[in-house]
Design a protein around this ligand. Structure first.
Ligand code: SF4
Length: 489
């Protein structure tokens, strides 16, 4: 049996064919020199890698080296490796003799499935159509030839505003208990920092699973105790509760600890056997075999140059306060809280990522490719394949709708409706001009005005563009936002 080389995002049992298969694991320090990662992300990756090595014992060769190349020079047997998750890593492994590259794992659908579906399709490759294909292909949440409940998506029913009392009544997700491996990782990272490797964000207790066992425990708990509340409140943002009923499993899928089809089948079972509400179950399934698989496939299917798409001509570099996660520099309550969440946990759920962080960057005209890198490095679950499509396509509209129908831009009114932020803010979400002007509301109108020719005249955007025409203070708002520039709001 060939030795299987596992990258740090291929750590679950589903990346081996046989429980006894010999394994190679490499910890490359150069990876942490190349980019400025969040400290808690570096901790999670190293902890997961070292925990896997400990689980495998003699079955694994575990090498710590400056580079992968240096480590590989110490291994003299032929190797096989599952398709890596970045172009750079794929090119590297393909250039090695003695290494066979196997098909990708860790996703519900295969690259070949996607190509079969996408090739020859006319028009944009929309997630909704791919998701439908994937559900049919794998027989997930199906009833005969159609979807259970008669609809493919229940998204429109999952838009409840914040619950009364400002809290969701759900049991907290189980948090991992740190062990000696975590203590060793923390000491090593402290030493690396002293040697000059730079991290951002605060260190903190490890909050995300580092083993398949921890990830499965969190999945079971989510399906039993939190899934029912997940659907209706998935879009809510609360300053008092960053986790709400989210599964907090994205990093476990992306480190390869948890097989996504296991989570999908588990959610389907919860619906069919335990009466979990279809709205939440369908939404959870859509996040995994819809959005997650779709992001993965479009990363490979579209040209590498997609990462540099910038059709709205956004030319400003990310400011230092943003790069450094300096939430204390920000007055706007929503942005300060979300940025503090990134600084303190390396994680906020998908709506603050889109509606606060991505939305703010879009309104300010920040370079999409820098934002791809930022989401990749500052989040515990960030990977290039995931952030490229989500930032370039969905968040920044930088490819003018190759995968989305409109820019994800919104003003303070939406944030006010879906969060508890505005009550404690020095700005007013209804105001667009003057000292109290909400930077999101003013930024929204300034963005629409500046990008008018490139905004599609469809559905909700058509309504917004009509409203724009009626604003009599538009020039002043645009001038005000130009002046605000990239300063912290
Ligand atoms: Fe955010 Fe504007 Fe609300 Fe303040 S008023 S919390 S800046 S949306």
């Amino acid at each position: 049996m060939w030795r299987r080389w596992l990258f740090a995002d291929q750590l679950g049992p589903h990346f081996l064919d046989d429980r006894k298969q010999p394994v190679l694991l490499i910890e490359s320090k150069a990876v942490f020199r190349r980019r400025v990662y969040h400290r808690q992300k570096a901790h999670l990756v190293l902890s997961a890698l070292r925990h896997r090595a400990a689980e495998l014992g003699d079955q694994a060769i575990y090498l710590r080296a400056e580079t992968y190349g240096q480590a590989l020079r110490k291994v003299h047997e032929p190797l096989e490796v599952c398709h890596p998750t970045s172009r750079r890593a794929l090119e590297f492994v393909r250039g090695l003799d003695r290494v066979i590259v196997l098909p990708a794992r860790g996703f519900v659908t295969s690259l070949a499935d996607f190509a079969d579906w996408a090739d020859g399709r006319r028009g944009a490759l929309r997630m909704e159509a791919f998701y439908r294909f994937a559900r049919e292909h794998h027989g997930v949440l199906m009833q005969g030839d159609g979807p259970v409940g008669g609809r493919w998506s229940f998204d429109t029913e999952n838009r409840e505003p914040p619950p009364k009392g400002g809290r969701l009544d759900v049991p907290a997700a189980p948090m991992p208990t740190e062990d000696d491996i975590d203590a060793e990782v923390r000491a090593d990272l402290d030493r690396w920092e002293r040697e000059g490797i730079r991290f951002v964000g605060r260190d903190g207790p490890r909050r995300f699973p580092a083993t398949a066992k921890e990830a499965r425990a969190r999945l079971r708990h989510f399906l039993r105790h939190r899934l029912a509340a997940y659907g209706p409140y998935e879009d809510v943002m609360l300053s008092t509760d960053p986790w709400l009923a989210h599964s907090m499993l994205s990093s476990s899928f992306n480190l390869g600890l948890l097989d996504p089809i296991e989570a999908v089948r588990g959610a389907e079972r919860a619906y069919r056997k335990e009466g979990a509400p279809l709205t939440g179950v369908e939404s959870f399934v859509r996040q995994i075999m819809g959005w997650r698989d779709y992001s993965w496939h479009t990363y490979w299917y579209f040209q590498p140059g997609r990462r540099d798409s910038n059709e709205l001509g956004a030319r400003r570099s990310l400011p230092d306060w943003w790069q450094d996660l300096d939430a204390d520099a920000v007055d706007a309550h929503c942005l300060a809280d979300v940025l503090a969440g990134v600084r303190d946990r390396g994680w906020v759920h998908h709506v603050p990522r889109l509606a606060v962080l991505g939305n703010y960057a879009l309104q300010r005209g920040w370079r999409p490719s820098e934002l791809v890198e930022w989401f990749h490095t500052r989040f515990v679950d960030g990977h290039e394949w995931a952030t490229t499509g989500n930032v370039i396509g969905m968040s920044q509209y930088a490819d003018l709708g190759r995968t989305t129908t409109r820019p994800y831009v919104c003003g303070g009114a939406y944030l006010h409706r879906m969060s508890d932020y505005c009550g404690g803010c020095r700005y007013d979400p209804r105001t667009r001009l003057g000292d109290d002007a909400c930077p999101f509301t003013a930024g929204y109108w300034a963005f629409l005005c500046t990008n008018r020719p490139r905004i599609p005249a469809n559905g909700r955007m058509a309504r917004a563009m009509k409203q724009l025409e009626r604003l009599d203070d538009l020039d002043a708002v645009v001038a005000q936002e130009k002046l605000r520039g990239s300063d912290p709001p």
